[in-house]
Design a protein. Structure first.
Length: 609
């Protein structure tokens, strides 16, 4: 199934509008207000495309596209849509802010008890989670950009006053989210002979290299990175002085226990005590990386969305972002045989293994490859990993009855949240978005690829994954057009009554935005096509010049039109030669046919035919 980002996004917006608006008024649903993650995901289904794609902008009623208006007709007319968005966003900020403690990042019903027979405490459900910190950054930046434009498009005094209130609340939430991400980052050090040390050595050595050799190679490879972590005052994370120790870095699931408060001149509300053990999670690390990169996107910098204090915090987060990418990219490609290629990945901190963790490591590698531009070898090997993950996840291969791979999709991979048991029953987090995450990373790799063969493999893989994802839309009840109906693809999957998943739906929206970026990029330059186009252009230019030497009569308007068309075509072909050689070839071939037609007509006239 071909990916059509614009049409698919419009379909999703229509479904979101139908589900969320009751007689023109926004309805948060039964769980609304209890879970900052789900509420943010619902809003990002609208705000993220409106931020990233010009044709989907909602901040200027005068330039709003007709098909966008039609998709969101449940919200009202084009002048009503941005004003209602202001109220909805303000309601989100108010709901997830308390007067005494400031912004709330509660995980709510996304938290589950590891023991189904136990109930989580209210304190546990109110705990912040990295998903909420990260998504709040993306949502707040989208909101600030939206408000900056819309403020100049409306003259209604009550709307302008509401905009100013929302802007202040959004800035506060953005700062609080950045501070929370700083306090959730951790560097976990451990001895090579510890259980975690042996687990990491097994992952890196893959049974082919002794533990001593692995440790030596690890120290050489990450010596510079260790020094960066140790010496960067802005980072504020201690790392053991013993260089014989191993370490991992990344984000825990929430604020790390005993993490120091971050001093800031902007109000963020109360900075609560940390709960999480200082152990990085691959899943939450990927989530954090996705949100942090929005802080230094071109749009954020161009619109000047960050205050000076937020810019200071963003620099600290950026350093963590770069360090984490370098670390996990190095781990994934450690040695001649990549550990990433040994599927499934085994986590050292939580002692789990799953294809989902392989995808998480691959996602960080994709981040790093995009940042530093991939080599052909790195890209080719990563493509193979993506293809294998699609096969092992039974996306590109058949699911058999009783297949253990079904866990990736239903109920999902369950992740124990270390440290949560200190304040109540042990908690867990469920990840059921394997196929959507795989689609997003495949599209991102496809946009990165400059190799024709790798690009073609990735595009075909992305279309196959998308076909799988699109079939999982809900076709019944109130969730029509949203996700996730696992049984539509896997009839033997365990049945469960659940509301539409804003998590999965928002991930699909991210995929469509990534697909839009893919198609807005220039096609891959083929040196072979450029060479062919140059030869054809040379021949066509020569024949055109030769044709101009032929005598002409003033009445031969057909020949004059053909020559003018050929001249314009040659000029256009020269412009396209370097970046769209295939199109240039098509133009030149047409010109050659026209010039040959003139020559044949002249020869026929000379023979008296």
């Amino acid at each position: 199934m071909q990916i059509k980002p614009r049409q698919h996004l419009l379909d999703i917006w229509q479904a979101v509008s139908r589900h969320s608006f009751d007689s023109g008024e926004w309805d948060w649903g039964e769980e609304g207000g209890l879970n900052s993650v789900a509420d943010a995901e619902r809003l990002l289904c609208l705000m993220y495309p409106a931020t990233e794609i010009t044709a989907f902008r909602l901040d200027d009623p005068d330039t709003m596209e007709r098909d966008v208006q039609a998709a969101l007709k449940g919200m009202g007319g084009r002048t009503e849509i941005p004003a209602k968005l202001v109220n909805i966003l303000a309601e989100f900020m108010d709901t997830h802010t308390t007067e005494d403690e400031g912004p709330s990042f509660a995980g709510g019903h996304y938290f589950e008890a590891c023991d189904p027979g136990k109930e989580l405490t209210g304190e546990q459900r109110r705990l912040g989670v990295v998903d909420s910190f990260s998504m709040s950054i993306t949502l707040c930046l989208a909101t600030l950009g939206f408000l900056k434009v819309y403020l100049g498009r409306t003259r209604r005094a009550e709307v302008r006053a509401r905009i100013e209130e929302l802007r202040a609340a959004t800035e506060t939430r953005l700062t609080a989210a950045m501070v929370s991400l700083l306090r959730s980052f951790t560097v976990n050090c451990f001895d090579p002979d510890s259980a975690q040390g042996r687990a990491l050595c097994d992952v890196l050595g893959q049974g082919q290299v002794s533990q001593r050799v692995v440790v030596e190679r690890f120290q050489r490879r990450f010596a510079a990175l260790r020094a960066t972590i140790d010496e960067s005052l802005v980072l504020g994370v201690d790392i053991a002085d013993d260089e014989n120790q191993l370490f991992e870095c990344g984000w825990a699931w929430t604020l790390v226990k005993d993490s120091p408060q971050v001093e800031t001149t902007q109000f963020t509300g109360r900075q609560p005590a940390g709960v999480a053990w200082p152990v990085p999670y691959l899943y939450f690390t990927v989530v954090a990386l996705d949100g942090i990169q929005d802080l230094f996107s071109e749009r954020t910098l161009t619109l000047g969305l960050l205050t000076p204090e937020q810019q200071r915090l963003a620099e600290a987060l950026r350093l963590r972002w770069e360090i984490t990418q370098q670390y996990w990219s190095g781990i994934a490609r450690f040695g001649d045989v990549w550990p990433l290629e040994d599927i499934p990945w085994r986590t050292t901190g939580q002692r789990l293994e799953s294809e989902y963790f392989s995808l998480s490591v691959a996602s960080i590698l994709v981040h790093d490859l995009v940042r530093r531009r991939a080599t052909d070898e790195d890209l080719t090997r990563t493509v193979a990993v993506m293809e294998r993950l699609a096969e092992r996840g039974r996306i590109s291969s058949r699911m058999t009855e009783g297949d253990p791979a079904i866990v990736l999709h239903a109920p999902g991979v369950r992740l124990p949240l270390q440290g949560s048991g200190d304040i109540g029953p042990a908690m867990q987090w469920t990840m059921a978005d394997f196929s959507a995450q795989l689609l997003k990373r495949t599209i991102q790799l496809c946009a990165l690829s400059q190799n024709v063969s790798a690009h073609d493999r990735l595009l075909r893989l992305a279309e196959r994954i998308f076909d799988h994802v699109w079939k999982r839309r809900i076709h019944y009840d109130e969730g029509v057009g949203q996700w996730d109906d696992v049984q539509a693809v896997y009839p033997h999957a365990p049945t469960a009554e659940r509301p539409p998943s804003w998590s999965f739906t928002e991930r699909v929206v991210e995929c469509m935005v990534a697909g839009h970026r893919l198609y807005t990029e220039s096609p891959i330059r083929s040196t072979e096509l450029i060479s062919t186009a140059s030869s054809l252009l040379n021949e066509a230019t020569h024949l055109f010049g030769k044709e101009l030497l032929e005598p002409t009569s003033g009445q031969d308007t057909s020949r004059s039109l053909t020559l003018r068309s050929a001249e314009a075509g040659l000029r256009r072909a020269r412009e396209l030669l370097d970046h769209r050689p295939g199109t240039a070839i098509a133009l030149i071939l047409g010109i050659l046919v026209e010039l040959d037609g003139l020559a044949r007509g002249r020869h026929a006239a000379a023979r008296g035919e």
